[in-house]
Design a protein around this ligand. Structure first.
Ligand code: C5P
Length: 397
């Protein structure tokens, strides 16, 4: 619930501004007071009247409005809120934030504030992917701004890819998490996620079907509970969580290095689907196709990162959690795996194709510890993550 929370909502100029109207309603339904600010460009997409009517408050639009300044100066406006939310956030406002520019009301408020700031980017996929936007993104994240989304999908401009603004309810969830209890504040948690890619040659690789969805949801849930999360991810299908330190890797060896660089941590969760084998002596040149001549790949075993960390003599994390994707005898295999690897918990699941779990949005897990095996009902990967994060918080408290 957002009872008594005052949110300064800045809408900037993009087609996703229409979702901003729904966002105002959803925030108010939960008890938040929403003070809206519109940029000039936003007024091309939504009218001040509809924004004001939904917010039940006056809309602020102009840096040099004498009446507004007399009633509440822009400095006070920027600080009277419990949270400043920019949704949708265009590439332009992100660039201004990154540079610290203040040439209109929205950018001035963002520069003058000492309040927490969250942004929900929305833009064309090429604008999102542009190195300038990615630079600005890294800069504002480094400045402490929380970034929500964006999602991948179809865009109003007809293209497809990352850049769609998160849905209003996803933004509301992030806002609620921001104000929620933070039992993991001060704790450092490592999460591995996604598949690994093991090269055969410079263009071919061996991979697996992990989407990274469960690890990403877990990284987000841990960050939402206040943990400082180091998120080591292979090439996943989903965007990494917001508010975490992302370390992108490709191979198991790179993942192992990133994990060891992240230590020490209070807890480590190994949700990555690490390839068990890599190609020994991967070719530095592309293997040529020669009719009737099949390449013989020689495999080598990859390091078991989870087992290495779980069995560290010095500096072992207080809690080490592994995942076990099985297709048969799930509990028996996962129980044996927990003991063999030396981790504290194993989150086991059945990834037989008929379950639709691998690559899907739901999961059905069994939490295995030294003394118990708890079967959880099938639920969304987000809910599994939230419950697991809470259990981790309980264990570390
Ligand atoms: O042995 P298996 O791959 O089934 O174990 C799964 C668990 O071990 C997962 O938590 C996975 O992240 C971790 N793992 C690892 N390094 C490997 C293989 C698996 O960290 N090389």
């Amino acid at each position: 619930m957002l009872q008594d929370k005052r949110i300064l909502l800045i809408l900037t100029g993009g087609i996703a501004a229409y979702k901003g109207l729904d966002l105002i309603r959803r925030l108010r339904e939960r008890g938040a007071a929403v003070t809206p600010v519109l940029t000039r460009a936003a007024e091309q997409f939504v009218t001040p009247l509809s924004v004001s009517a939904l917010a039940g408050e006056k809309v602020y639009r102009d840096l040099f409005d004498l009446t507004d300044e007399a009633e509440m100066g822009h400095i006070q406006l920027s600080r009277s809120a419990d949270l400043i939310l920019v949704a949708p956030a265009t590439a332009d406002i992100m660039a201004k934030m990154a540079q610290g520019r203040a040439d209109d009301l929205a950018s001035t408020l963002l520069l003058a504030t000492d309040t927490a700031v969250m942004v929900a980017p929305a833009m064309n996929v090429r604008m999102w992917d542009h190195p300038a936007t990615q630079r600005n993104l890294a800069q504002i994240k480094g400045d402490g701004v929380t970034v929500i989304g964006p999602n991948k999908g179809d865009m109003a401009c007809g293209e497809h890819g990352p850049g769609r603004m998160s849905e209003p309810m996803e933004i509301v969830a992030a806002v609620e998490a921001h104000f929620g209890p933070r039992p993991l504040a001060g704790k450092r948690v490592l999460v591995t996620s996604g598949p690994t890619h093991e090269p055969i040659d410079p263009v071919r690789y061996i991979a697996n079907r992990s989407s990274g969805a469960q690890g990403t949801a877990l990284g987000q849930a841990l960050a939402d509970l206040g943990a400082e999360v180091v998120f080591v991810t292979g090439p996943a299908d989903v965007a990494p969580p917001s508010g975490v330190a992302v370390v992108s890797v490709e191979t198991a060896h790179q993942m192992r290095e990133a994990v060891s660089a992240a230590l020490p941590v209070d807890a480590a969760v190994f949700a990555a689907a690490v390839a068990d084998w890599r190609v020994e002596d991967a070719s530095v040149h592309k293997l040529k196709k020669v009719a009737g001549n099949l390449p013989a790949l020689q495999f080598a075993e990859n390091p078991d990162i989870l087992a290495e960390v779980a069995q560290m003599a010095d500096g072992r994390p207080g809690l080490v959690v592994g995942f076990a994707a099985e297709t048969d005898d799930v509990v028996a295999h996962a129980t044996a795996k927990r003991a063999r690897k030396g981790c504290d918990w194993i989150v086991a699941n059945d990834v037989s194709p008929e379950t639709g779990i691998m690559g899907g949005s739901e999961n059905a897990v069994i939490l295995i510890s030294e003394t118990s095996a708890e079967t959880w009902p099938r639920m969304s990967k987000t809910d599994v993550a939230a419950q697991l994060a809470q259990r981790i918080a309980d264990a570390l408290s």
